[in-house]
Design a protein around this ligand. Structure first.
Ligand code: PMP
Length: 304
C-alpha cells in the first residue's frame, strides 16, 4: 500500500495520518470487521473530479448492510460522504491522480464475534494512484485457492477480512512468476482476480461472469459493460469456464486499481495473437476518457 497523504479523515475530522489509528482490541483488527471502497480522483484542466462517487457510496452502504454494520446508515448519508471527500481533497490538494480509500471500521472491543449495534469509525485517506497490475499486458495463473462463496464470506461485500482470500491467491501467483491470479469457484467457474473483474472476447462478443458468480460487483465492470453496449458490442454476463480463457480472442481486466488492462497469457497459454486485442484496446480508451474527461454519463463529481 502506498503512503497516505498527510491529512486523513478519521471519525469526525481531519487528523495527521499518524494519528488515524484503530485500536488493537477493536473488532476491525480482531475479526477483519471493516468494509471499504476505493475510488479515483483525477485532475484535468485544473479541476479535480471523483469517478462514480454516488455508486461507491451505495456499494459501501450495501457492504455494511450485508455484514450487519447498522450504524453506518444511521450516521452517514451521501451528502455527508461527498462533503467529507471534498474536505479531504481540499486539505491534501493532490497534484496527480490519486485513489481515495474510504472505510467503515467496527471499533468496539468485543468479547465475541458479533456486529449488530456496534460502534463505527469512518476513515478516508488519499494515496498515489499506482496500478496493481501491468498495464501493457499481464500474465495470469488459475489459483489453487477457491473464491469465497456467497454463503461463506460474500464477495459482493467489500469486507477487509475477506481479502485474506485475495492475499493467498495473489501471493501464490507471484511466487509462481505470474502477475495475478484467476479465482475459480468450487465448480471450476471463473470468478475474478485478487482485486479486479475479468472479461473475455470470443467471436466479437464480450463475456464476463455475472454478478452471482462470487464476484465483487465492480464499478469499472459496470462502466465497461455500459460503454461496450453503447459501442454496439454484444455483451453476455454468464458463467465462464477456465478453458474459455485459454481459447479467447482477447482477455482483459477492470478495477479502480487495475484500470482496464489487457491479459496476454493465462496458465502458459497465449491469449489471441499475444497482443492486446482491438475490443480491449477500444474499451480501454473509452474507459480512460470516462474516468477523466468524458462526462456524458454524469459519472464525474467536481471536487473544487
Ligand atoms: N474484485 C475485487 C475482489 C476487488 O477488490 C476489486 C477492486 N475494488 C474489483 C473486483 C474491481 O472493483 P471496482 O471496479 O469497483 O474497483
Amino acid at each position: 500500500m502506498a503512503t497516505p497523504h498527510p491529512q486523513v479523515f478519521f471519525g469526525d475530522r481531519l487528523v495527521p495520518a499518524a494519528a488515524a489509528t484503530v485500536g488493537v482490541a477493536s473488532s476491525a483488527v480482531l475479526y477483519g470487521l471493516s468494509v471499504y471502497t476505493v475510488f479515483p480522483v483525477h485532475r484535468s484542466a485544473g479541476t479535480r473530479t471523483a469517478f462514480r462517487l454516488a455508486d461507491h457510496f451505495r456499494r459501501l452502504e450495501e457492504s455494511c448492510k450485508i455484514i450487519g454494520i447498522d450504524r453506518f446508515a444511521q450516521e452517514w448519508d451521501y451528502a455527508r460522504f461527498e462533503a467529507t471527500v471534498r474536505e479531504l481533497i481540499g486539505a491534501n490538494e493532490p497534484q496527480d491522480e490519486v485513489f481515495v480509500r474510504a472505510s467503515v471500521h467496527v471499533v468496539e472491543s468485543l468479547p465475541g464475534t458479533r456486529v449488530r449495534g456496534t460502534a463505527i469509525t469512518v476513515s478516508m485517506f488519499v494515496y498515489d494512484a499506482v496500478p496493481i497490475v501491468p498495464q501493457d499486458g499481464m500474465r495470469l495463473k488459475a489459483s489453487p485457492w477457491r473464491r469465497i462463496p456467497d454463503n461463506a464470506i460474500p464477495s459482493r461485500a467489500k469486507v477487509n477480512g475477506a481479502y485474506v482470500n485475495s492475499v493467498l491467491a495473489k501471493q501464490d501467483a507471484i511466487d509462481s512468476g505470474y502477475d495475478d491470479c484467476v479465482f475459480l469457484d468450487g465448480n471450476g467457474h471463473v470468478c475474478e482476480l485478487s482485486a479486479a473483474n475479468i472479461f473475455l472476447v470470443r467471436g466479437g462478443t464480450l463475456i464476463t461472469p455475472d454478478v452471482s458468480c462470487d464476484i465483487l460487483d465492480g464499478i469499472n465492470r459496470r462502466t465497461v459493460l455500459t460503454l461496450a453496449a453503447e459501442d454496439g458490442i454484444p455483451v453476455l454476463e454468464r458463467t465462464v469456464d477456465l478453458t474459455e480463457l485459454y481459447i479467447a480472442d482477447e482477455v482483459f481486466v477492470t478495477g479502480t486499481s487495475a484500470g482496464a488492462a489487457p491479459v496476454l497469457e493465462v496458465d502458459g497459454r497465449i491469449v489471441g495473437d499475444g497482443r492486446p486485442g482491438p475490443i480491449s484496446q477500444a474499451l480501454r480508451k473509452r474507459h480512460h476518457a470516462a474516468l477523466r474527461t468524458d462526462d456524458a454519463h454524469g459519472w464525474l463529481t467536481r471536487l473544487d
